[in-house]
Design a protein around this ligand. Structure first.
Ligand SMILES: [Zn+2]
Length: 272
């Protein structure tokens, strides 16, 4: 009994020690796997994913994904630096790839590894729509939403007794794939929570505006997502607990704030 209590106490202490502060919300969040372990794993899994899928190269669409991604990354860096978080992105190795696949999806893995599927391009309907999606996915990564989900899952599976996890352990590698939905597990990634979706929408809107894309267009994108979903099982990007209507209304309400934020960085008009 004593031993069990000690273990529980150790676990609790470890979990507190393993919290990270989300720079966008100031909230403490659970981060059982340090980025120093998470990023190399993510980079490996990303490369594996790319070698297992058909990466589109040399087309105007592929170039657009890269261009928007670079602008969103610059916007994130400017925003973080301006808000006292210099160095937050130092271990990021940004990469933006378009994959030939009908799936309506896009994601960003820890450390800035991004994939867009060609299936989402008709709904994006142009560069500003791509920027809205890119901002949203990058926001999940910057806010460590996947990390939090994975940490909670590891605790649930009893893999985090000491409050920390070595990701080289096979079970935690499996958990990584489960919670980030890469490799063979694509498409079964667990949905983000309502709170995480709302957070990613807001951060994403700021990022797209600072990158010079009109934040009014984010709500228009989600109207198209809604029209496209047609009652079928939604992919991650649509796995919204907030109803599409709530989300659209939120994005419309937040767009003026995003424009005000962009103005601080000298952005007063948006790309056509
Ligand atoms: Zn999301």
């Amino acid at each position: 009994m004593k031993l069990k209590q000690t273990l529980v106490a150790l676990g609790a202490t470890g979990i507190i020690l393993s919290c990270a502060t989300n720079p966008f919300t100031g909230k403490k969040t659970m981060a059982l796997v340090p980025n120093s372990q998470l990023f190399p794993t993510a980079f490996q899994e990303y490369d594996k994913f790319l070698s297992d899928h058909k990466v589109v190269k040399g087309t105007s669409d592929a170039a657009m994904i890269k261009r928007v991604g670079e602008r969103i990354a610059v916007a994130a860096e400017r925003w973080l630096n301006a808000n006292g978080h210099e160095g937050y992105l130092k271990d990021y190795k940004w990469e933006y790839n378009l994959v030939d696949d009908k799936t309506v999806n896009a994601w960003c893995m820890p450390g800035g590894k991004i994939v867009f599927y060609t299936g989402i391009l008709p709904i994006a309907a142009g560069e500003t729509g791509v920027a809205a999606i890119m901002g949203h996915e990058v926001a999940h990564a910057l806010a460590n939403h996947g990390q939090q989900r994975m940490s909670a899952g590891l605790v649930q599976q009893g893999l985090a007794v000491a409050g920390n996890v070595a990701i080289k352990d096979e079970k935690s590698r499996n958990a990584f794939n489960q919670y980030y939905g890469v490799g063979s597990q694509v498409g079964v990634m667990l949905p983000f929570s309502r709170a995480h979706e709302t957070e990613a929408d807001k951060i994403g809107l700021y990022l797209m505006a600072i990158a010079g894309y009109n934040p009014d267009e984010a709500a228009e994108l989600w109207k198209r997502m809604k029209a496209n979903s047609g009652g079928q099982a939604p992919p991650e990007i649509l796995s919204t607990h907030p109803s599409n209507d709530t989300r659209i209304a939120n994005l419309q309400a937040l767009a003026p704030q995003a424009k005000a934020e962009a103005k601080k960085f000298g952005i007063t008009s948006f790309r056509k």
